[in-house]
Design a protein. Structure first.
Length: 679
């Protein structure tokens, strides 16, 4: 059965100027009564401006797609599209004031035009009668504003009079819900086949839902638009909504997309307002000369006859043929991973993130500051801006950091600068011996460097410093443990092998009454003293040089013992020694926190623990990631009982255990330390 959807072709009014249309937001309103742009609306504009300025195409795609969308879907967007704009709804009918605000924010506002799609979505959401719409109420105007200086990216601002039809409750709901916020990307090579390939790539398992679309004859020479929606919200609080824009008229692709939209699948119960909420009548497909829409096959087997010239030569008699060969592209991305690591290492070594942290710079300016060859630096920056990397982005004649790139600068929140240096140098070279290590059971690190990892670090101060700082950055990634686990009952916390004390400092921040203890190698304790002093906790912490496999070195009877990313560095025998030492030092009611990245039981689980397990094979003697059952067994063998687990970012977990000693106050076996100090 062929599905056909009827459209009408509507265009924006040609007989009046955009400013006159903007002044007609309500039949009873007057220009002198316009509400000026508010502080809240300025904040909303700045929010989408900053997002689109700092965001790379990969980040935007991940935000718009479902939370756990397959990486292939993100790559389908990044390999075919460029970032176009982000959209926001504000409540101001003074379009001149909005345009002035946009200029002040470094944007170049264009002429406003009416938007029926946003109007009709609002009308459907808040039950505005059709006769009120017909009378000119609920008028929404769009101002598109690219960045000044020739940057094609920008924002779209939907403007509405706050006194035009919507109640105070509706206005509050829109401000809190950000329902009209979305991200838009543009197909870099227009064509029906390419648009259909992208539509199919997003239609697989784990992908977003089709959410309407249309053809806009007034967008340049005409543009086809597909909308998608996913459940949930982004970290910024926006709905997960994606708009795909491509030049040209691709009606058959659009018909297949609309036929699969949920609203069209249940169109028997559909109202006019529902249709308006899903199909933008300002971007609807044009009717042909006989008044009927130009419709392609609904089964997806046909490609539009109005394909652009860019598709010439890419046709195939096989419907599922993919001219871009996604498998080859994906494999090439994997094979060139070494290039990416070294490009990032070069970026950090040249201090490019710190030079760009204050704002965009030209290649010549960066070359002067880094003493680099301008042409070669330009080639590096161009690669760093590729969607497969996305840490920089061109901005006219300059380059800027993306939000991802900011994570590589000194002092940035969640910085991975030293992790980049470690993975691009010491741990990079050791992976060359992976194959021989698998064949002959030798240790790849020792094959390359001639010493076990920790012995090597003791005799190489520069590499030791990089390693220690990288581990501190890794500790910052699990700082959520301070709020994920409740330490409210603890008085003393002992961080065993706690590096430079980053995690202990986070716990001291969160729990002002806690006294901290840190056991580490003597050569590391100096850095821990400096860090905890800088964090204002030196007077609350005791530093213990020692060996965590020796119980006499461990502080006795601490309320909580923490082993953060320690056990994965060692073989089972050493882990048993560490845990027995902790058990000997602990009181019967102490708690133990094991922070690790457990291997999932299902090999198909996308946890990154499997990759870190391979790193343990290469860069440790006997180190490995373990399953939850393996950690449970190690703990039970040492005299502990696992009583809980709390999830942490990046597939990490906090496993909570306590000594397997019953509380004498209870007849049944209830551990004395059950949730006493950590829960």
């Amino acid at each position: 059965m062929t599905t056909r959807v009827t459209f009408c072709a509507l265009r924006w009014p040609r007989h009046s100027s955009s400013m006159e249309r903007g002044m007609r937001s309500s039949p009873n309103s007057k220009a002198t009564d316009r509400v000026q742009i508010t502080v809240e609306d300025r904040r909303r504009i700045r929010g989408v401006r900053d997002y689109i300025r700092d965001c790379g195409i990969a980040d935007a795609a991940a935000d718009a797609l479902p939370l756990h969308a397959p990486i292939e879907m993100i790559e389908a967007i990044t390999s075919r599209c460029s970032l176009d704009h982000a959209a926001v709804l504000i409540f101001c009918a003074d379009l001149q004031a909005v345009s002035s605000c946009l200029r002040e924010e470094g944007l170049d506002p264009q002429e406003p035009f009416a938007s029926s799609v946003v109007r009709d979505r609002l009308a459907a959401r808040y039950h505005v009668p059709k006769e009120r719409l017909a009378a000119g109420h609920l008028n929404v105007q769009i101002i598109r504003a690219p960045f000044a200086g020739g940057d094609p990216r920008g924002i779209e601002v939907f403007c509405i009079d706050p006194e035009d039809e919507l109640t105070a409750l509706a206005l509050r709901n829109e401000r809190l819900g950000n329902h009209e916020n979305h991200v838009a990307v543009r197909l870099t090579q227009p064509g029906s086949r390419r648009l259909e390939d992208l539509r199919r790539a997003l239609s697989g398992d784990g992908g977003p839902q089709p959410d309407g679309g249309g053809y806009n004859p007034d967008h340049g020479d005409g543009a086809t638009v597909l909308y998608f929606r996913a459940d949930g919200r982004t970290k910024a609080g926006w709905p997960r909504r994606l708009e795909i824009i491509t030049a040209g008229r691709h009606i058959a692709v659009l018909q297949r997309h609309l036929a699969s939209s949920p609203i069209n699948q249940r169109r028997g119960a559909q109202t006019d307002a529902d249709r308006a909420a899903y199909v933008d009548d300002r971007t609807a497909p044009s009717a042909n000369a006989h008044g009927s829409p130009e419709v392609g096959a609904a089964d997806g087997s046909a490609v539009d006859a109005d394909t652009s010239a860019g598709d010439a030569g890419t046709r195939s008699s096989t419907p599922d043929h993919d001219p871009d060969d996604e498998e080859s592209r994906r494999l090439l991305r994997l094979l060139t991973g070494a290039w990416v690591t070294q490009a990032l290492h070069a970026m950090v070594t040249l201090d490019l993130p710190d030079h760009l942290a204050a704002g965009p710079l030209t290649c010549a300016q960066l070359a002067e500051r880094t003493e680099a060859v301008p042409d070669r630096l330009h080639r590096l920056l161009r690669a760093l801006s590729h969607p497969w990397i996305g840490v920089t982005a061109p901005a006219g004649q300059t380059y800027r950091l993306t939000s991802l790139g900011r994570r590589l600068s000194r002092g940035s929140a969640g910085s991975m600068r030293h992790l980049t240096m470690l993975y691009g140098d010491l741990f990079y070279l050791s992976f060359r011996a992976l194959t021989s290590g698998i064949r002959d059971s030798g240790n790849p690190f020792m094959t390359v460097y001639g010493q076990p990892p920790f012995d090597y670090l003791r005799t190489h101060p520069r590499q030791r410093t990089t390693f220690t700082r990288a581990m501190a950055e890794g500790a910052a990634l699990v700082s959520d443990v301070a709020t994920t686990v409740d330490f409210g009952g603890a008085r003393t916390i002992a961080d065993i092998g706690g590096g430079n004390g980053e995690l202990l400092a986070d716990l001291c921040d969160a729990y002002p009454n806690v006294q901290g203890m840190l056991l580490e190698r003597p050569e590391v304790i100096a850095a821990a003293r400096v860090n905890l002093s800088n964090r204002g906790h030196l007077d609350r912490c005791r530093f213990i040089p020692g060996d965590f496999t020796t119980s006499s070195d461990l502080p006795a009877a601490a309320d909580v013992y923490i082993l953060s990313r320690i056990l994965h560095d060692w073989d089972d025998q050493t882990c048993a020694s560490i845990l027995r030492a902790v058990r000997s030092a602990a009181a019967d009611d102490s708690s133990v926190l094991i922070i690790e990245r457990p291997l999932p039981d299902d090999p198909a689980d996308p946890s990154i623990a499997a990759l870190w397990d391979l790193n343990m094979l290469v860069n440790n003697i006997g180190g490995q990631e373990r399953t939850r059952d393996q950690y449970r067994h190690l703990l039970e063998e040492a005299g502990f009982l696992v009583v809980g687990e709390r999830p942490l970012p990046l597939d990490m977990s906090a496993i909570i255990a306590c000594p397997a000693v019953p509380n004498p106050a209870h007849e049944s076996f209830i551990p004395a330390g059950l949730h006493k100090y950590a829960r």
